[in-house]
Design a protein around this ligand. Structure first.
Ligand SMILES: C[S@@+](CC[C@H](N)C(=O)[O-])C[C@H]1O[C@@H](n2cnc3c(N)ncnc32)[C@H](O)[C@@H]1O
Length: 194
């Protein structure tokens, strides 16, 4: 099932809505060869620059063939070959990746659905101990030129409610990501689940 209101505008307009470099910096990649997953990669706005900076394997998923085609072309243009692209409904089928295998999962502009716990649960399953889930979404405190209905946007409280009982820990690392986004990071606190 495609997340409601997760369609994309034209690529250069979408990219103009973020300070991509400062968001990448905020992610603070855990190591040089981190394994990273993005669920719902769109044009690869974040996946591709991350692939340039990380020598690790990147696994990126989208439900829309057209999005994956653009993301693949962006990866080719950037000269990166460490991204594995998969056409997949992650809400219905998960990622198919091994448990305890990933350092960082990106849930960017996708958690405005009621069933956000499904994505968070899958992130918790595949993350290694100490791994990070990074979430960004549209702010509610300023007018934004795009984004889903304000009352559907996740905030810190909604995310914390959705991870209740999961092995993810919040350590107070949320931030306004000017101009229109905010982000928070959660840490996998469980030891090996294998
Ligand atoms: C709003 S876009 C965000 C793209 C990217 N994360 C970013 O921030 O630039 C959300 C993306 O999630 C994809 N998507 C929606 N539902 C999905 C699902 N069930 N499984 C995988 N991808 C999905 C959409 O096709 C879209 O490309």
């Amino acid at each position: 099932m495609k997340v409601e209101n997760s369609g994309m505008p034209e690529e250069s307009y979408w990219n103009s809505l973020f300070n991509i470099d400062s968001i990448i910096e905020w992610l603070a990649l855990p190591k040089e060869a981190a394994t990273i997953v993005e669920i719902g990669c769109g044009y690869g706005t974040f996946t591709v620059p991350l692939a340039v900076r990380s020598a690790g394997d990147i696994y990126t998923f989208d439900i829309e063939p057209s999005m994956l085609e653009v993301a693949k072309s962006n990866a080719r243009k950037a000269g990166v070959s460490n991204i594995n692209f998969a056409l997949r409904d992650v809400l219905e089928r998960g990622t198919g990746l091994e448990s305890d295998s990933i350092d960082m999962v990106l849930l960017f502009n996708i958690l405005h659905l009621r069933e956000k716990r499904i994505f968070l649960e899958e992130a918790a399953r595949i993350l290694k101990h100490g791994g990070t889930v990074a979430i960004i979404h549209w702010r509610k405190d300023v007018a934004t030129p795009r984004g889903p209905a304000v009352n559907t946007r996740p905030d810190q409280e909604r995310i914390l409610n959705a991870i209740d009982g999961l092995t993810l820990d919040y350590r107070g690392t949320s931030k306004i990501l000017e101009p229109y986004h905010w982000g928070m990071q959660l840490i996998q606190k469980a030891d090996s689940k294998l």
